[in-house]
Design a protein around this ligand. Structure first.
Ligand code: MRU
Length: 347
């Protein structure tokens, strides 16, 4: 059984360092706020839902030395600010921190720290329940023997539970049988090659690794049933930010008449944004592209643009699967009305 990507026991936050997979399954303890922020920025802990959970426990780590609730409240804004500044795109991070901030405002002496930890644990448990429920809904979109393409990593490593898009495919292998998953390598950080193939192998799912640029040719060859991706932030109209390369994959799927499904918990939906234009897109350092994993692949000084995410227009997304069900556009190829379907007020 692989090690948990994140665990919190006896007031200690321990993660599996995902930058060392699959060569080494190394656990590290995040002992202070700076270590938590560094782990999120460096993708040691990653995937939208798991970033949210890590940040929630990060608040506990940051405030555990406080001698009183008053001291914790005085120190909280700096901790929350540092965590919020770690990665801008995955809305789960901001959602989880807002919950922790609200919990902190309602705490009482004595027992405030246990109650704060309780809130982070609740976030972790809710994520587990959301994955389980969305997988059940997603399975209805698969068929036995389906050949599916996925991008980046959306398995247990990305959520700390069963996973989202990859969770559906892993469950599909077990429950429907005959599945074959094609994993995009996912440049520039190679989450597909390093993490998704590792998870598929751990779960005994037949799979093939492809270069990102091979996906369209694979679709053209025929026999691909569907494309499955996760999300870092979904706007109210269904526009979806996910790992860079998702947009191109969705365009290719549309050109070949293949459905493209997004699977994500509702904590990834940002109803305050009417569409994807307002989603902040993280841009990362040039070295990830020019010298991936320390190997120079471009002349020194080459100009690089390195967005970590792109936005796939809702029109290219056949369905969005959340723990609440399978959401479809208001009309085929049109926008989604997630404000109505998810029943939450804007903002
Ligand atoms: O930069 P990463 O590895 O955190 O990006 C992860 C993704 O883009 C995932 O597809 C997304 O967070 C969904 S994880 C269930």
């Amino acid at each position: 059984m692989p090690l948990a990507p994140l665990s919190y026991e006896s007031h200690r936050l321990v993660i599996l360092d995902q930058t060392r997979l699959p060569q080494e399954a190394a656990q590290i303890e995040l002992r202070d706020l700076a270590a938590v922020v560094e782990a999120i920025c460096a993708l040691r802990v990653r995937g939208a839902p798991l970033i949210g959970t890590a940040a929630a426990f990060g608040v506990c780590v940051a405030l555990r030395g406080c001698g009183s609730l008053a001291e914790a409240r005085a120190r909280a804004p700096a901790a929350l600010g540092a965590l919020r500044a770690s990665r801008p795109t995955a809305v789960n991070l901001f959602w989880a921190l807002e919950r922790m901030e609200r919990a902190l405002a309602g705490l009482r002496e004595p027992g405030w720290f246990a109650a704060l930890e309780g809130e982070a644990l609740a976030i972790q448990r809710e994520t587990e329940a959301q994955d389980a429920a969305l997988i059940e809904h997603g399975l209805a979109l698969l068929v036995p023997g389906a050949r599916a393409i996925t991008h980046c990593n959306t398995g247990p490593l990305a959520t700390g539970a069963l996973g989202t898009a990859l969770g559906v495919l892993i469950a599909g292998h077990r429950r429907l049988g005959g599945l074959h998953v094609y994993a995009d390598e996912t440049r520039p950080r190679w989450q597909g090659a390093l993490l998704t193939t590792w998870e598929l192998a751990n779960h005994g799912v037949p799979h093939t690794l492809i270069a990102d640029g091979a996906a369209a040719a694979l679709m053209r060859r025929g026999g691909i049933h569907s494309v499955w991706v996760g999300a870092d932030r979904i706007a109210a109209n269904g526009d979806t930010a996910n790992k860079i390369g998702t947009y191109g994959l969705a365009l290719a799927a549309r050109a070949h008449g293949i459905p493209c499904y997004v699977a994500a918990p509702t904590t990834t939906v940002d109803l305050s944004l009417p569409d994807g234009a307002g989603i902040p897109i993280e841009e990362r350092e040039a070295g990830e592209v020019a010298a991936p994993r320390g190997m120079a692949v471009a002349p020194p000084g080459t100009a690089v643009w390195n967005p970590a995410f792109d936005v796939t227009p809702a029109a290219l997304i056949s369905a969005i699967v959340t723990e609440r069900g399978v959401h479809r556009p208001s009309a085929p190829g049109g926008p989604y009305d997630l404000r109505r379907e998810l029943g939450r007020a804007p903002g």
